[in-house]
Design a protein around this ligand. Structure first.
Ligand SMILES: C[S@@+](CC[C@H](N)C(=O)[O-])C[C@H]1O[C@@H](n2cnc3c(N)ncnc32)[C@H](O)[C@@H]1O
Length: 501
């Protein structure tokens, strides 16, 4: 019998950039927990099961003096990655077709190792290998990122998988596996008693599963393997490979700011000072389905106290934009990335956010931020202002309202005479609507006009030439309104991190 085709060749898994896997993010967390991680501007990064390298290629583009290697078993996504690397003219990245089971310690040493979206979807031998690689191929102060689906919540998803698998065995030749699975589950749901907790459990899970891209459901929910693991068991397996838990990849998920202080205290009491046990109780309480864990070598001394002192060593940025002064003296800020607003009456926070708004998408050293805003605050606030500022910065970072960074992004300071959009972004815009920014976030440029405008930003045109080029396509727009539109689009692209120096 011929070997079965690799499903990742027949149905392409949609690749994406994951900000939380960027070496700069990993370095920030390493520093916060007392490590001395490698300089991200001169590091070596390995991505395991990188698919079409949609995550790794933008990293290589933004960090030209670092070296990137991606490996994946499926030939087609690897070929697509190699093609994009070639077209982007990148020399600091290579993507290879390779089975993780064959990746040996001699493959080389890396400062950051990423395994996103793979651990739960592979057999146990490959899971073991992933941890072994993170141990044998990680440099002394390096950090590994592994994401995985967690138990006990993973068992709820398992129920859905089993129901779909049962249905599938009865109609094995279907061409529309995902749609048929969904329709079978919907039928079952209609029959279930509307008052039963069983029905609401399945209804909720069904929504979570099918709210995603059909190709993702195809692999994640109809694929052969699905092995969620509890956080405690994961950390135990890591420790057998002489790796230790550093942190969650997101400060928000690590610290759960939405939980009340009483809830935190109750879990702390259960955990009795054990940070791993604390996180495990949190998973139970929150029915957490997914984790993104950072690991480092077991012998590194980590620090879980004094976080605030180490925040002071970092760069700070914030995408918040002042939107309204309230009659009671407080101020409202809106996130230019679109996610929410905050209202604050803390003068330190207001001053910091106004300052950071002016420099976004860039960051500045905590010390420079403090020097810029603290002298202008009323004298009564001066004494504890630095402490209040560092607390505010960490709190904002936990809520994703500020970014902590270790390096400066390669973007211009302001919009130049001849604006240039990143070459990679222009390349991506030719192929679809999803474009990765220099901040390692992605934006959807849905309309044809937006993509055309992005492509025109190749550094050869000033505003006038841009207006001329656009005017050829739209006959009825006045010159003034075209120029105003250009200014607004340029500002938008600049703030999204699409322009380069
Ligand atoms: C769910 S996709 C995730 C892709 C990408 N990391 C992401 O998060 O978007 C899983 C990937 O693991 C790869 N994979 C599975 N088993 C593998 C193995 N033994 N060696 C290398 N890659 C493997 C598949 O080819 C596929 O590209």
């Amino acid at each position: 019998m011929p070997p079965a085709e690799n499903p990742y060749n027949s149905v392409r898994y949609p690749g994406s950039a994951f900000l939380q896997t960027h070496p700069d993010r990993l370095a920030v967390l390493g520093i916060l927990f007392g490590m001395n991680p490698p300089d991200v501007e001169h590091c070596r990064v390995l991505e395991l099961a990188c698919g079409d390298a949609a995550n790794l290629i933008p990293m290589a583009f933004g960090l030209p003096d670092s070296e990137f290697v991606g490996v994946d078993l499926a030939a087609k996504p690897v070929a697509a990655a190699q093609d994009r690397v070639k077209r982007a003219g990148l020399k600091n990245i290579r993507v290879e077709r390779m089975d993780l089971l064959e990746l040996e310690p001699a493959f080389g040493e890396f400062d950051y190792i990423i395994a996103h979206g793979v651990y739960a979807w592979v057999p146990e031998a490959v899971q073991e290998r992933i941890l072994a690689i993170c141990s044998a191929n990680l440099s002394a102060n390096g950090l590994a990122f592994i994401s995985y689906n967690t138990d006990p919540a993973g068992r709820i998803r398992q129920i859905l998988r089993e129901m779909m698998q049962f249905h599938e065995q009865r109609a094995p030749e279907s061409k529309h596996r995902v749609r048929e699975g969904k329709s079978a589950l919907e039928t079952v749901l209609k029959v279930a008693d509307p008052r039963s907790p069983w029905r609401s459990l399945i209804e909720n899970e069904l929504k979570l599963v099918f709210d995603r891209d059909e190709r993702v459901v195809y692999h994640d929910d109809l694929g052969e393997c699905f092995s969620p693991i509890s956080f405690g068991e994961f950390v135990e397996r890591a420790s057998r490979c002489r790796l230790q838990y550093v942190s969650d990849a997101s400060l928000g998920e690590l610290m759960e700011p939405e939980l009340s202080p009483e809830a935190h205290a109750a879990l702390n009491q259960l955990a009795a000072g054990d940070s791993v046990a604390y996180q495990q109780y949190l998973d139970f309480a929150k029915c957490r389905r997914f984790r993104q864990t950072l690991l480092c070598h077991a012998e590194i001394p980590l620090r879980r106290d004094g976080l605030l002192e180490r925040v002071k060593r970092l760069l700070v940025a914030s995408p918040m934009k002042f939107s309204e002064a309230k009659p009671d003296g407080s101020a409202e800020f809106a996130n230019i990335r679109g996610a929410g607003t905050i209202t604050t009456n803390n003068p330190v926070v207001i001053a910091a956010l106004k300052r950071l708004e002016n420099i976004w998408p860039h960051a500045e050293r905590f010390e420079d931020l403090a020097n810029a805003i603290l002298p202008a605050l009323p004298e009564t606030l001066q004494r504890d202002a630095s402490d209040s500022l560092v607390q505010a910065v960490l709190k904002l970072a936990v809520s994703k309202l500020s970014d902590l960074r270790t390096h400066h992004i390669p973007a211009p300071k302001g919009i130049s005479e001849h604006p240039t959009a990143s070459f990679l972004a222009r390349l991506m815009a030719q192929e679809g609507s999803r474009v990765t920014t220099m901040l390692h976030t992605h934006v959807e440029i849905e309309d044809e006009e937006g993509r055309k405008f992005l492509e025109l930003l190749d550094g050869t045109r000033d505003r006038k030439a841009l207006a001329d080029a656009l005017a050829r396509d739209s006959s009825n727009e006045s010159r003034e309104s075209a120029l105003a539109q250009i200014d607004s689009s340029l500002l938008n692209f600049y703030q999204m991190g699409l322009l380069v120096s």
